[in-house]
Design a binder for this molecule. Sequence first.
Ligand code: NAD
Ligand code: LMR
Length: 332
Amino acid sequence: FATGKGKAPLRVAITGASGQIGYQLLFRIASGDMLGKDQPVILQCLELPGAMNALKGVSMELDDCAFPLLKGIVQSDNPEVAFEGADYALLVGAKPRSKGMERGDLLAANAQIFSVQGKALDKTANRDTLRVLVVGNPANTNALIAARNAPNIDPKRFSAMTRLDHNRGLAQLSQKANCSVTDITDFCIWGNHSATQYPDITSTKISGKSISNYISDNAWIKDNFIPTVQQRGAAIIAARGLSSAASAASAAIDHMRDWTYGTNGQWTSMAVFSDGSYGADKGLYFSYPVICKNGQYEIVQGLKLDQFSKERFDVTNKELISERDAIAHLLP
Ligand code: NAD
Ligand code: LMR
C-alpha cells in the first residue's frame, strides 16, 4: 500500500477543481496514479468564488478517502495562492463547449482566464520544477497565452493536452486490428486539439510490423478513422450532453506521468512549444510526436511527411495561427 514515507510532498495545482474533470482528477492524483504510489502530494485547488462551496464538498470527500499520499488540500479563488510553490499545474478551469457551440466561440471567453493565470504562475509557482498542462479549451492557444504571460518561466515548461486524442486513436486502431493498445507504436497527433488535428498512422506499427499488415483498407483510415478521432469530442458532447470528463482526466494523468517518468523510448503526443520543427509556426503550442526521458520531452525528428500528411499538417497549423491572431492583444 502507498505510504510515501520519507519523501517530500510535491505541490499539484488544479484549476476548475470542482468541475467535471477536476472531480475525476483530484482523486486519481491523490491515490498516486499520476506521480506514483510512493510520492506524497499536496493538492492546491483553484475555483471561481461561486464554486468554493462545491470545492469544500469535494475536499471533504478527499478527506474521507483517507489517501495515505495526500498531505494537504489548499482551496482558493486566488490563482497566486493556488499556484504558490507549485511543481505541477493542471489548468482545467474554463468554460466548456456546450451542444452546438464551436470551439472558436470559446476563444475570447477563455483567453482572459489564461492571461491572468500565466501571470500568477510567473509570480508564485516553482519555476525550477514546474510542469504545466493546459486542458481547458481551446487548449493549445490557452497554453500560448499562459506561457507568454509568464516571461520568467521557460516556455518548454508549458504544454497542452492532445493525449486524449492520442488515446482515442489508439483505441480505434486496436479495435479495428483486434490487438492490444500496447501493441501499437509510432502513432501520433499533429497540431491542434480540435477537429483539424491530424491523427497520423504513416509510421505506425503493430507488434513491430507496419500497420498496413493489419489494416490495409486506406479508405477506412481516411474516411472513418481520421474523422472519428477528430470529431470524438463533439460525438461525446452529443451523446452525453456534457463534454468528456473521465477520459480527459485519464489522459491528463497519462500526460503528466509520462512527462515526469518517461515513455521508455515510445512515442506519445503532446502539444508543446514549437521550435519550428516540420514547419509548424515557431512559438505555437503544437502537437507533435514526442519521446519523454529524464523528465523532459523531445520532439521526434527526421520523419517524412507525404503529400496527404503535409496537407493536413498545414490545415491545423493555419488554424493555430488564426487562433493566435485572434487573441494577439493578450500576448505581451
Ligand atoms: P466544468 O464546467 O465541469 O468545470 C470547469 C470548472 O472550472 C468549473 O467548476 C468552473 O467553476 C471552473 N472555472 C471556470 N473559470 C475558472 C477560473 N477562471 N479559475 C478557476 N476555475 C474556473 O468543465 P469540464 O468538463 O471540467 O471541462 C473543463 C475544460 O476542459 C473545458 O474547457 C473543456 O472544453 C476542456 N476539455 C479539454 C479536453 C482536452 O482534451 N484538451 C478534453 C475535455 C475537456
Ligand atoms: C474533447 O475533446 O472531448 C473536448 O475537448 C471537448 C470539446 O470541447 O471538444
